[in-house]
Design a protein around this ligand. Structure first.
Ligand SMILES: C[S@@+](CC[C@H](N)C(=O)[O-])C[C@H]1O[C@@H](n2cnc3c(N)ncnc32)[C@H](O)[C@@H]1O
Length: 327
């Protein structure tokens, strides 16, 4: 049993460094999805920056490079011959190698930054667009709970199960207590502090008029949280050795706004539908979750074994857009 943030930091560094791009069979999410989110990102990017001279994109937490390759492919389809200066950043050298290889296969190239995103300093105003998909849930977080009027940090075991309560210092208690009090006793509430600090740091790295897109799972309001003996025990998830913590989006937005960003949140699915101008459905296939249009679903109907399940409208995946005002 131990402090979750430290356990998460150690477990995830070890997990990603060891596994590289071979992570996707350990969890079922929209990471590695078949390109709808990348397509939407490329459409919006080309619309906003198509005519800009030096366009710079940073992706942090790149996985097997599937997104980067799909994004560049789609951007090229929207605006043929468009040049994009693309940077891949990741804690895992193996992951960067896999992503670079995938890009090369598609005829693309990228710069790389091999570093822990929480430690690296990005150059001032260096990117127009920054993208983080299912990275922030990996970064060190803490879970706090109000018990008999007092704030405690929840300790966890390696399997991701809550295993006890720890005392917290006065400063931390004063910060988290107002949030916990609003919910009431016995709610386990994640505070993804490293994710919040990363977002604050990105404000400086983004050029005026640029923006950050975050795609991740978590909760967008207090109604999504339930008392500890119900759903919210599972906000810490163990996937084949990695530990993730659901994203506290209201907390993230408050840090982002205090840094100067204009911030907006919507369901990830609604984002895809808005950009495509078409209804989509979240579908679980053998290799993860994907968005499909009605037409595509119809085509796949014959191959029923691919469609393992259909997802709810609100599946807990969100899109957060952080925009920096232009000059
Ligand atoms: C769940 S995977 C998502 C990968 C990819 N974004 C996708 O959607 O397929 C998380 C990614 O973040 C990277 N990562 C995890 N912790 C990191 C950290 N502290 N700094 C930089 N990268 C990190 C992992 O190596 C991995 O590539």
């Amino acid at each position: 049993m131990g402090r979750l943030a430290k356990m998460q930091e150690d477990a995830n560094r070890e997990y990603y460094t060891r596994k590289g791009g071979r992570i996707y069979s350990d969890f079922i999410t929209y990471a590695n999805s078949d390109g709808k989110i990348a397509e939407c990102n490329a459409i919006e990017f080309c619309k906003k920056f198509g005519k800009k001279k030096n366009k710079r994109v940073l992706e942090i937490g790149v996985g097997n490079g599937n997104f980067a390759a799909e994004f560049l492919k789609k951007a090229n389809a929207v605006a043929p011959g468009m040049k994009i200066d693309y940077t891949l950043a990741d804690i895992s050298e193996k992951m960067l190698f896999a992503a670079e290889k995938r890009l090369q296969k598609g005829g693309f190239a990228a710069k790389t930054i091999h570093s822990d995103a929480t430690k690296v300093e990005f150059a001032h105003s260096s990117f127009d667009y920054v993208r983080l998909q299912e990275l922030l849930t990996d970064l060190p977080s803490s879970i706090f709970v109000l018990c008999e009027g007092r704030v405690f940090e929840v300790a966890y075991g390696k399997d991701g199960g809550a295993s006890g309560l720890c005392f917290v210092d006065e400063k931390t208690s004063a910060f988290v207590e107002p949030v916990l009090s609003r919910l009431g006793e016995n709610y386990f509430v994640p505070f993804n502090f490293a994710a919040c600090e990363l977002v604050v740091k990105l404000y400086d790295a983004i050029a005026p008029g640029g923006y950050v897109d975050i795609f991740d799972y978590g909760f967008a309001n207090a109604d999504d949280l339930l008392p500890y003996d119900m759903w919210n025990q599972s906000i810490v998830r163990e996937y084949g050795g990695q530990l993730t913590v659901d994203l506290n989006i209201p907390l993230l937005l408050s840090f982002a706004k205090s840094a100067g960003f204009e911030a907006d949140v919507q369901l990830q699915k609604e984002y895809v539908e808005r950009v495509l101008g078409e209804k989509v459905m979240g579908v679980q296939k053998k290799n993860g979750l994907h968005y499909m249009t009605k037409k595509e679903l119809g085509k796949e109907g014959g191959k029923k074994e691919n469609l393992l399940d259909n997802y709810e409208e609100d599946d807990g995946f969100y899109h957060v857009r952080l925009a920096k005002k232009g000059l």
